[in-house]
Design a protein around this ligand. Structure first.
Ligand SMILES: Nc1ncnc2c1ncn2[C@@H]1O[C@H](COP(=O)(O)OP(=O)(O)O)[C@@H](O)[C@H]1O
Ligand SMILES: [Mg+2]
Length: 366
């Protein structure tokens, strides 16, 4: 195939493969380099960025090769390589950065943050949502207390600076004590070690805090707190996919993330952004919780107030588990307002929350 122009084969083959990172075709994203024919073999470089997962790399390469075969080219040899990360803002190479933080624009406070584990804590699980008001804190508190009911050691860290709800939902109002070694002692509630921005600063004040101050406080929650021996530390993340979320996700080694959404399209679109963020940062998705999935009517039927099957479809589409469909009901709201999470109550919804906790123990065994 000496006379064949390699570009005329590679262009159609690579144009038909979508690059999940840039959203463009592999050809337009300029991932195919140095097309050449040597000894009858079509060779080319396939260049990936640090945002590509191993799976992305395998899939893209396989699809390009398959498309070339469909064009009648059997002798193909791709050379996959990783483009070296750009230097950090200081001009020096930034060392092994946390994935997704290797572009200058994403390093908010002077370079990549390196993950620090919390001694004694086995699994850190984030509860996240694309937007506020979907029941993230409701799920986080019930998950924490549900795990406690299985006899596990659990901590709950409320990192949602925009609406810390742990104090209300867990009924804790005492300020955490700082001991002689300047280490923060979490407050106990329902057998769970709790810490919330709402316990430390006036929520109205926290809202006007600048990013670095918030991060400073959260860093203390992570590094300067005596969490003790925990099987699970549940982290109630601020909603959205902004700077605060990124910094936090990168400051701790998360074992996984649970995404909370309502069935409504808009909430789901936000949830998808959350899924994409965790994927990019290499945090495993533990599953989706569809909250306010339906309103149970007295005759036993269901009113799908915010639409039906949104969570199920999204879970299927993104290859993750739908952990639960939590109904919209007074018992849940009242339990939250009373500071006694619904998982402790007698309403059947307690089983729904308990099931989420059980799935987490199965996915992240201790
Ligand atoms: N399934 C539900 N049924 C009834 N009320 C709910 C349900 N889930 C959450 N709520 C209520 O909705 C409000 C917002 O929930 P919250 O968990 O604080 O959301 P987020 O943390 O995502 O902002 C709270 O008052 C909560 O009690
Ligand atoms: Mg909340």
């Amino acid at each position: 195939m000496g006379e064949i122009d390699p570009v005329s084969l590679l262009e159609p083959a690579a144009t038909r493969v979508r690059d999940p990172v840039s959203g463009k075709s592999v050809w337009l994203a300029q991932m195919v380099r140095r097309p050449r024919v040597e000894d009858g073999t079509l060779k080319f470089d396939l260049v990936f960025g640090t945002d590509h997962t191993k799976q992305d790399r395998t899939d893209i390469q396989a699809m390009v090769v398959q498309n070339l075969k469909a064009l009648g080219v059997d002798d193909v040899q791709p050379f996959a390589r990783l483009e070296t990360p750009r230097p950090g803002p200081s001009g020096k190479p930034a060392g092994p950065p946390v994935r997704g933080m290797d572009q200058g624009a994403m390093a908010p406070h002077g370079g990549p943050i390196h993950k620090r584990s919390i001694p004694g804590v086995k699994h850190i699980v984030a509860v996240a949502s694309g937007k506020g008001g979907v029941g993230k804190s409701t799920v986080a508190t019930n998950l924490a207390v549900g795990l406690k009911q299985f006899g596990l050691n659990v901590g709950l860290m409320d990192a949602d600076v925009y609406g810390p709800s742990l104090p209300t939902m867990m009924n804790v109002h005492s300020k955490p004590v700082v001991n002689k070694e300047k280490r923060i002692q979490p407050v106990q509630a329902h057998g769970v070690s709790c810490l919330s921005i709402g316990l430390v600063v006036d929520p109205e004040e926290a809202i006007i805090w600048r990013g670095p101050m918030i991060m400073g406080l959260l860093r203390q929650f992570i590094q300067d707190t005596d969490w003790g021996e925990l099987d699970y530390l549940i982290v109630d993340l601020p909603p959205g996919t902004g700077d605060a979320q990124l910094s936090l996700i990168q400051a701790v080694p998360l074992a996984g993330a649970v995404i909370v959404t309502t069935p409504q399209d808009i909430a789901l679109a936000d949830a998808v952004r959350g899924i994409t963020m965790f994927r990019k940062l290499d945090v495993p998705l533990l599953g989706l919780v569809e909250n306010m999935a339906y309103y149970p009517l007295p005759d036993g039927t269901r009113d799908y107030v915010f639409g039906q099957d949104g969570g199920k479809n999204a879970a299927e589409k993104y290859g993750t588990e739908l952990l639960a469909e939590v109904p919209l009901q007074t018992a849940v709201r009242r339990a939250g307002d009373d500071g006694t999470p619904a998982v402790l109550g007698t309403d059947p919804v307690a089983h729904t929350f308990s099931h989420i906790a059980k799935r987490i123990t199965e996915k992240l065994p201790v």
